[in-house]
Ligand binder design. Structure first.
Ligand code: FES
Ligand code: FE2
Length: 388
């Protein structure tokens, strides 16, 4: 950050009317210091997606993950309850778990064998009081369990609020759920079916995570970056969603369902006929992208790996058992291949924006007063988080 780029001055510049505003400074995309500011002041203070529930076995399982340099641990207990912890022993700070596994309900630290339950409770402290003495009056086991992180699950995905200071997850996502209620009963969103096979996709892009968000937020690049998609769902069929406190996005009035040999995937029940060709693509800040359609739903989250590298994890879901049956395998494969193609087309765009962020001639750029509202909204959201 240059000396003139205080959080307050950046907030001031991005808060100007769109025709005068400039975007976040280059250093927000290129400096390691900014990466950790993003983690601690932006991402930690909101609800970030960090994985999918089915990446752990159903019960008594642990899975370590690295999130922006933080060692975290996902656990499921014998009742299938999922929790997220800091993956560090309360004793001498050893990273507890280094590979996913099923366990018998116990997480044993390999250093001095302190042992925790999957709910984070410290259960055993062998020899803590000397040889053969496993407790000590001056040591309170209950005060030395694993440190839990606020978490929630939704649409098969796991969300965390690292700082533990955000509004409840349900309130955080309420505007998106409300928007979707035009199409379907939001209750259905907790109850749809995941296709095990033709449903997963991962990409890595050499760019800062924020550029991937900014690219997903706008449809302005559609004609030049996605010519195929643009033929089916042209720019003039796209619209921007009303921005909400923690997100923004776009929609299309011209989504065409995939056909294989004259058949298409079963739709969600009760989707209104007059909205049959609508599709919406909201972003829930900081890192969750959604794609809602009558026949499929995808969720994508970003895993920021470093200042200039980001992994994108995608899952496609279908609404009925029938859609997940072998009769629709080809439809699912082609659906996933279609999204893969679209997301791969975006890679060069975000990577070249990242390259451009090293130019001193670029000072936050300019915004189209018509096409770049969601992008500016995201810049304002980030700047506000950094300044607060
Ligand atoms: S560091 Fe874990 S038991 Fe000592
Ligand atoms: Fe795109």
């Amino acid at each position: 950050m240059s000396i003139t780029d205080t959080p307050a001055s950046v907030l001031e510049r991005v808060s100007l009317p769109i025709s005068q505003a400039t975007g976040l400074p280059n250093t927000h995309y290129t400096s390691d210091e900014a990466f950790y500011h993003d983690r601690d002041k932006v991402i930690a203070q909101s609800w970030a997606c960090i994985g999918f529930v089915d990446e752990l076995e159903d019960s008594n399982a642990v899975r370590p993950i690295d999130f922006m340099g933080l060692p975290l641990l996902l656990t499921k207990d014998e009742h299938k309850q999922l929790r997220v912890f800091h993956n560090v022993c309360s004793h001498r700070g050893m990273k507890l778990v280094d590979s996913p596994c099923r366990n018998n309900g116990a997480i044993r630290c390999p250093y001095h064998s302190w042992t925790y339950a999957n709910d984070g409770t410290l259960r055993a402290t062998p020899n803590i009081g000397g040889h053969g003495v496993h407790s000590h009056d001056d040591f309170d086991k209950t005060a030395n369990g694993l440190e839990e992180i606020a978490s929630a699950t939704w649409l098969g995905a796991i969300f965390i609020n690292l700082a533990g200071n955000c509004v409840a997850f349900e309130d955080y996502i309420a505007p998106v759920v409300k928007q979707w209620s035009r199409f379907l009963d939001p209750g259905l969103l907790t109850n749809f079916v995941l296709s095990d096979n033709e449903s997963q996709l991962q990409l890595t892009v050499k760019s800062n995570w924020k550029l991937a968000v900014e690219n997903y937020l706008e449809s302005y690049h559609l004609p030049s970056v996605h010519p195929e998609l643009n033929r089916v769902s042209p720019l003039d069929a796209h619209y921007y969603l009303e921005t909400f406190k923690n997100g923004a996005g776009q929609g299309s009035k011209n989504y065409r369902r995939l056909e294989v040999d004259g058949s298409s995937l079963p739709s969600v029940k009760d989707w209104p006929g007059k909205l049959a060709n609508f599709a919406e693509y909201p972003v829930i800040y900081p890192n969750t992208f959604l794609g809602i359609h009558a026949d499929q739903l995808f969720i994508q989250y970003l895993q920021p790996l470093s200042t200039n590298e980001t992994a994108e994890h995608v899952r496609v879901f279908y609404y009925t058992e029938e859609a997940c049956s072998s009769s629709f395998q080809q439809h699912r494969s082609e659906t996933l291949a279609g999204w893969k193609n679209v997301f791969e087309e975006d890679i060069f765009a975000v990577e070249r924006m990242q390259a451009g962020r090293h130019s001193p001639a670029y000072k936050g750029g300019a915004f189209s007063p018509v096409m770049d509202h969601p992008t500016l909204h995201f810049h304002q959201w980030v700047a506000q988080m950094l300044a607060s």
